[in-house]
Design a protein. Sequence first.
Length: 564
Amino acid sequence: MENFVVSARKYRPNTFNTVVGQDSIITTLKNAIKNDHLAQSFLFCGPRGVGKTTCARILAKTINCENLTDDIEACDECESCISYKESSLFNIFELDAASNNSVDDIRTLVDQVRIPPQIGKYKVYIIDEVHMLSTAAFNAFLKTLEEPPAYVKFILATTERHKIIPTILSRCQIYNFRSISVDDIANHLAFVAKSENIKADSDALHIIAQKSDGALRDALSIFDQIVNFTGNEVTYDAVIKNLNVLDYDYYFKLTDNILKADISSSLLLVNEILEMGFDGHHFLIGFGEHLRNLLICKDSATIKLLEVGTNIKKRYFEQSKNFTINFLLKILEINNKNDVLYKSSSNKRLQLEIALMQMCSLNLIDTEQKTKETKTIEKQAIQIKNTPVPQEKIEEPEKKYEPKKVTIENETKSIFSVKDKLVSVSEDEIKENVQEKEETYEIAEKQINKEELIKAIKKYACDIEVDNPAISKTLTNYEPELKENNVVVITLDNKVQDDKQQLHKLLGFLKNEINNTQIRLETKITEKTKISKAYTPKEKFNKMAQKNPALNELKKQLDLEIEF
């Protein structure tokens, strides 16, 4: 029986060009080799399974190759490359710092550094999980790391850069490896599936890529696990069943129920999810991701952020058309709020159900509001329809008619022709009519009730009491005076209070309150007698003596003195 090799080892990159998702780092290393600008020590740091140790081995192999290609890749034909393939190359040493973390281990390494390489140009030391070295080991390693022989290169790899002491970091050229994107992992899995003659759905590979959390090694391990479960066919259903991933269908159904404001169907759907063994918090996190994907589909500029398979991507596009951005943001806000409250809630199921009812109620409120607005518009339309439209009067251009004076029986009359009709009105009648109207108008102007005026001024003073207490108090203290021609005189304490802007506001208020547009305001400044205040004991005694002269007599008789 042939020994099985896991995909993570079988399809491990052997050249720079086959490394997945680390293009910028690969380009930098190639240029360093090409220009002969290799540093003495490298530090590769980043999350697990992203290619740190793999790139360290490829770099060690490439710098020892005797016949580099034009693309700065190892030839795989020279003596050094063949020895590397057969694992018989003694120029490359790999050290696991997790199990070799003492000072003695580092001293042994330092002793080996003194021996030059037998084959190849460089002697390369790859120290994995370097953060596991003890502080004493780090200190013992400092001098050699700073000034190694010209033929020695150190490549340190770690997932926890913050645990490495600063003196080590300052002696290394640091390369930060990033998490591999979902699309890059899915494409590499498709390549592996094709190489192994395995049928794999695009959606299934994207689920595996998402589950791997940016680690290609984890993705390949999950892929092998699914293949063992399904045989030579990797399907979407098999992946979600084996990995215990909640199907996208549940999220799409729930979103449709929220759109319909169907609370009962939403609660039943969540009950089904919980009975399948899924955690409520896990469901909330997944639904938040679902809403985020719907928002992404609303703008063509953000579509590239959607990391799902082709078929699921189409479903997202179709469902996003039914929602507005504002409505999606409201649902997402409720989801995030309940995501925070879920852990601290004593009744987690109720917290989850309340969140769903709030989401459904959002659309229910919007629907009711739209219905009310529609009914209101319809009522207004019916009222407008039933209201008779008044016929517009066609205004004829005004004609100027000059009065013609004629003498009939020694009485002068004016004849006005209006719309081809002659109307005779005596001049005396016209004068009497005009005089009566002027007298009536003057009488109407003079009719100002003083009580109403005082009441209105007090009301205004009450309104401005907070903003302008000084003027408010002044208006309350002094009674207004009424003069002829609707003139109201307001008494003020000083010239500072004679503010034109404030008086203009008061005038407008009085016109509206008393319903008289002919009011005019005048102001006058009152002269107050200065009230002297006693401060010293002598001043206080003199003030008291003015009111009661007997105090002076008492002072003399008792021979009293005022204390200063």
